[in-house]
Write a protein that binds this ligand. Structure first.
Ligand code: DQA
Length: 359
């Protein structure tokens, strides 16, 4: 799949020089939208503005980025400062690759542009004021269009190019990761639907899903004075052993992503999970989306667990927005809180091993 990298930003932010260097670093050909239009038209941009007007130039800009759909290999594209102001152009860019905003302050831009006579928009009495007012109008658009932002003030060209390359690689990796998670989640959904169909929707094993939210995979590393030195793997082993003692069937899911947790809760609806024990991490305190996901699977019993005592820590932790969607909340007991949660879940599901009943 061809994926171009687009450099956007105000005139003078360094898109062309950074673009050329990046093209060398990534071994991808370079294209400058302004240069391409000058080539097509056989004249300088100032002349195009004078002869044909700005609107004509803007139409040519759209044609240049559209032509990239036919490219056989990924390009590094330096994008004219006004090009992304058009919604249509932003959409064309989004479809074709990764967009990086080279962000500079008005002061930096003025320093770089004050002697430039080639920029039609700056041929005015007070170019500094012009830069400031244009930047004020444009910066929100640049930011919203960008996948990544690199601040360029005070940095030399090689450094900016390195940062841009890093941002590009990070964005590529993040997209790959999101794609994989989406695929995994879709596969799981298909699987659980299939299992559901196979069992005629009547699976009778009471499944308990133990879910962990952001940063809980970092147990043992993160703040050991609060959470202890045992790892997430240790916690899973502990819960599994406690579940085995009680004859309960548990499975585990951890994610640092709110959406992935929500997807898993929705799958739980299809795969006939009967109980969810969840430690949502910091999402506890603000994720209404997670609350809604838990609330939407109302035939599933839910228990919220926290290792630490959230009522005795920073003020923002005292509130749990997910609690209202759960039948019980257990906190401040470390690992043992999960054993209590299993007991409580067994009771809620009518699975407790009651000796009196058995005799
Ligand atoms: C936590 C408490 C949360 O406030 C925090 O953000 C966590 C862990 C606990 O288990 O104590 O990530 O859920």
């Amino acid at each position: 799949m061809v994926k171009h990298v687009f450099l956007i930003g105000f005139m003078g932010c360094g898109k062309s020089s950074v673009g050329k260097r990046l093209s060398y670093l990534l071994k991808q050909p370079y294209l400058d939208t302004d240069d391409r239009i000058e080539e097509w038209e056989g004249k300088k941009i100032t002349q195009i503005f004078a002869d044909e007007g700005e609107e004509y130039f803007r139409l040519q800009e759209t044609e240049v980025i559209k032509s990239l759909f036919d490219a056989r290999q990924p390009y590094v594209v330096s994008v004219g400062g006004g090009l992304v102001l058009r919604e249509k152009n932003r959409r064309i860019i989004k479809k074709q690759g990764i967009c990086i905003y080279l962000r500079a302050t008005a002061d930096t831009l003025y320093q770089r542009l004050q002697k430039d006579t080639q920029r039609p928009l700056l041929q005015v009495e007070d170019p500094k004021a012009r830069i400031e007012s244009l930047l004020a109008k444009r910066s929100a658009i640049y930011e919203s269009c960008a996948d990544r932002i690199v601040d360029v003030d005070g940095l030399d060209l090689p450094r900016v190019a390195e940062l841009v390359r890093g941002a590009f690689e990070e964005e590529k990796a993040a997209r790959r990761q999101r794609r994989m998670e989406k695929e995994e989640s879709q596969n799981r959904l298909v699987q659980s639907r299939e299992q559901n169909e196979e069992s005629g929707g009547n699976g009778n094993e009471k499944k308990i899903l133990v879910m962990h939210g952001p940063n809980l995979n970092f147990l043992g590393i993160r703040e050991p004075e609060i959470y202890g030195t045992a790892s997430y793997a240790d916690l899973v082993a502990y819960i599994q052993a406690e579940a085995d003692k009680r004859g309960l069937t548990v499975s585990f899911f951890q994610s640092n992503h709110e959406g992935a947790l929500i997807d898993r809760i929705q799958e739980a609806y299809y795969d006939h999970t009967e109980g969810i024990i969840i430690n949502p991490g910091a999402l506890t305190h603000y994720s209404y989306a997670l609350h809604d996901a838990l609330a939407s699977v109302d035939r599933i019993q839910k228990i919220e667990v926290h290792l630490s005592d959230i009522t005795k820590r920073e003020g923002f932790r005292a509130q749990s927005v997910t609690k209202a969607a759960c039948q019980a909340q257990i906190y401040g007991k470390g690992f043992a809180g999960y054993a209590d949660a299993l007991d409580e879940m067994a009771r809620l599901l009518g699975l407790e091993q009651n000796e009196e009943k058995e005799s």
